[in-house]
Structure formats: structure tokens, C-alpha cells
Design a protein around this ligand. Structure first.
Ligand code: IMP
Ligand code: MG
Length: 176
């Protein structure tokens, strides 16, 4: 299989600058709680929070991934809980990618029970063609086609999360 790079480190950094500007404008003067979803959201979230200019508390939630499979089963398991109190506060939920939408919907509904003042969704990548659940992110890095993405937090068979750019695997072309 051959790697095809979709977004280079420079593409990502440039997009993050403008995305962070947007978020800074939206939450100016607010007491923001940023909640990255583990594991996929950790790389994107760490680059994003270092560009934010308001006071930020960071806490984490872990949801189950679909491990070796390439598509969501629709069953989302919560593997770890928050340690901070979000009631009456503004929450920014950060994930690597919205695919079917199951994960962010489940997590958003779960957080809503804790009485936050607001919940906004931020994703590095959005695959709207794959959506089976009605959910719309508020802040999106890149909107992409229906291809399986790897790198920058996203894994393929549990590996490659550390790759600093975003790529897809392609079948090699063979002469017949
Ligand atoms: P959803 O629940 O179907 O929206 O998918 C949520 C999770 O599936 C994401 O947070 C990712 O961890 C994983 N995922 C979805 N699409 C991809 C992909 O193209 N590459 C790697 N992981 C993916
Ligand atoms: Mg994920």
C-alpha cells in the first residue's frame, strides 16, 4: 500500500491558526473548559489549546474506538469520566474526526446532563458524507471525502497516531 498525503504539517499549522482565531473570537472573556476525546483527539487538541488566548481548563474523556475495524459499530462506550465540574460553564468538545456522528452525539448528550452553560463541538476533520446521526460540528479544520484517514492522532490498526501529517493508504497500481 502507498501513502497519499492529504494535509502536510504546514497545511495543518496554517489551518489551525485560523481555526484558533475563530475560537478565540467566539469565547473571548469566557471561562472555557476544553475536553479532548481520547485517544484520537489528543494531537489536534494539544496543538489547538496552545493557540487559545482565554483561560482554559482542560479535562479528558475516553471513548471506545472501533479498534481494528474501519467503520463505527454505532456503540459508543465511555471508558473514563471527567474530573472537573462543568455546570454553568462553556465547554468545547474536541475530537479528531466526525464520521457517522455517533461518538460526538453520545458524548454531547452525556455532557449535557451535567448542566453546562453551552457545549460546542470542534473537529479537525469532518466526513459529512458518512453521517448517520444528525449532528453538526461548530468548528471544523478540514471537510473531506469519504476516505479512511490516518495520522495526526488517527490510527490504523492502533498505529500511526504519531505521524505529524494526515494521509490515506492507497492500493498500489499493478500492470496487468
Ligand atoms: P463516529 O462515531 O462514526 O463519528 O466516529 C468516531 C471515531 O471513529 C473517530 O473519533 C475516530 O476515532 C474514528 N474514525 C472515524 N473515521 C476515521 C478514519 O477515517 N480514520 C481513523 N479513525 C476514524
Ligand atoms: Mg476518536
Amino acid at each position: 500500500m502507498k501513502m497519499r498525503i492529504l494535509f502536510t504539517q504546514d497545511d495543518i499549522a496554517t489551518r489551525l491558526d485560523s481555526l484558533a482565531d475563530e475560537i478565540n473570537r467566539n469565547f473571548q472573556g469566557k471561562d472555557l473548559v476544553v475536553i479532548p476525546l481520547l485517544r484520537g483527539g489528543f494531537v489536534f487538541a494539544s496543538d489547538l489549546v496552545r493557540r487559545l488566548q482565554m483561560p482554559v481548563e482542560i479535562d479528558f474523556l475516553t471513548t471506545s474506538s472501533y479498534e481494528d475495524a474501519q467503520s463505527s459499530s454505532g456503540v459508543v462506550e465511555m471508558l473514563s469520566d471527567l474530573r472537573c465540574d462543568i455546570s454553568g460553564r462553556d465547554v468545547l468538545l474536541v475530537d479528531d474526526i466526525i464520521d457517522s456522528g455517533h461518538t460526538l452525539k453520545v458524548v454531547r448528550d452525556y455532557l449535557a446532563q451535567r448542566g453546562p452553560r453551552s457545549i460546542r463541538l470542534c473537529t479537525m476533520l469532518d466526513k459529512p458524507a458518512r453521517r448517520t446521526v444528525a449532528i453538526q460540528p461548530d468548528f471544523v479544520g478540514f471537510t473531506i471525502e469519504d476516505v479512511f484517514i490516518v495520522g495526526y492522532g488517527l490510527d490504523y490498526g492502533r498505529y500511526y497516531r504519531n505521524v505529524p501529517y494526515i494521509f490515506t493508504f492507497e492500493e498500489e497500481e499493478h500492470d496487468s
